[in-house]
Design a protein. Structure first.
Lengths: 231, 113
């Protein structure tokens, strides 16, 4: 009897608290702070996402090496473990900060804030954030970037964008990498481009090979134009 | 998958709000999840009891309200629910990016005592 009374009383005392707040609102707030900081430093910031093995690190290495003398770049790179990528990127002579996320499958705005605090942002024009290789989880996490760059390589097949629509929907730029071996791997270029365009009609697409340098100059000019426009 | 960390953020937010309102126990958590939120509702449900353990939400029930995508055509301005991930306007066939609804990942309300 007593137990039932207690349960009844608890039920009677139940009330509703309306919240209506984004679950990632803390991240969104930190991302806004990052964005304001990067803007005050007159940086162009990009968040590069792809599957593991699409060639993000090679693409970033090539970009930083080729634009040396034109622009000053710095990198924040996220991986589950090891600092191999930061070491690779550092060979280009640009500063690179590694974030090892442990078991976390994406970077968040707080990790980026901590990592960029270790960079001299006043000495940079371009800040590249290499996200953890993953086309699912990073999509909901704003890092404070100006551009979200989604990369896929020809080895992944022309239907890859259809398999990960949520991520491709958020792209400002799509990089189609490993174009030098497109023919060998038998990728249907027209279908790949059409899939990208239909999913994300707003995105600017670059077809490149980070290995041979094919198509990279157009990408550098785009970066310079965006920087000039922002400044 | 990051549903566990998403759920963790949701419960942190829930506990914060419940405490601020002087509640002792959270009985029900109601969330809104859009089709384009990038999370799988089933995985959220799986993660829910795990992240509630040891908090004032332990034993609570989770309700997820699924929000389908709703677009506005940037050419002819008509509103439509896209039938797939290509947001093609059924009226004028233009492709659009303007999403009115479907990106929600929100904590809507709590039942507490």
């Amino acid at each position: 009897m007593e137990i039932r009374d207690h349960a009844k009383r608890a039920e009677a005392e139940q009330r509703t608290i309306v919240i209506n707040q984004g679950v990632l609102s803390k991240n969104d707030l930190l991302a806004r702070e990052n964005r304001a900081l990067f803007k005050s430093k007159r940086l162009l910031t990009m968040n590069i996402v792809s599957s593991p093995g699409s060639g993000k690190t090679a693409f970033i290495e090539r970009t930083l090496t080729d634009i040396k003398g034109r622009l000053r770049g710095g990198v924040v790179v996220g991986d589950l473990a090891t600092d191999n990528d930061a070491k690779r990127i550092a060979r280009s002579g640009s500063p690179a900060i590694q974030i090892t996320t442990g078991d976390t499958c994406h970077l968040d705005a707080e990790m980026v804030a901590e990592a960029t605090a270790k960079l001299d942002l006043n000495a940079l024009d371009l800040l590249i954030i290499e996200n953890v290789g993953n086309l699912v989880c990073p999509s909901g996490y704003d890092l404070g970037e100006d551009l979200r760059v989604v990369m896929l390589s020809t080895t992944e097949g022309e239907d890859k964008p259809l398999k990960y629509p949520t991520m491709f929907k958020t792209a400002d730029v799509v990089i189609l990498n490993k174009m030098d071996i497109a023919e060998v791997v038998g990728v249907d270029r027209e279908t790949a481009l059409s899939n990208i365009h239909r999913l994300t009609p707003q995105a600017i697409v670059f077809e490149v090979s980070a290995r041979t340098g094919l198509g990279m100059e157009a990408w550098y000019q785009f970066i310079e134009q965006r920087l000039a426009a922002a400044r | 998958m990051h549903e566990i960390s998403v759920m963790q953020s949701a419960i942190e937010l829930a506990v914060e709000n419940a405490k601020a309102q002087g509640a002792q126990q959270i009985h029900r958590v109601n969330m809104r999840v859009g089709a384009l939120a990038g999370v799988v509702p089933d995985s959220l449900e799986f993660a829910f009891p795990i992240v509630c353990q040891g908090t004032m939400a332990e034993g609570a029930t989770l309700e997820i309200e699924f929000i389908p995508a709703l677009c506005r055509c940037s050419s002819c301005n008509s509103e439509f629910e896209p039938k797939d991930f290509f947001y093609e306007c059924p009226n004028c066939k233009a492709l659009t990016v303007d999403l009115l609804r479907g990106k929600e990942l929100e904590l809507a309300y709590l039942e507490v005592s």
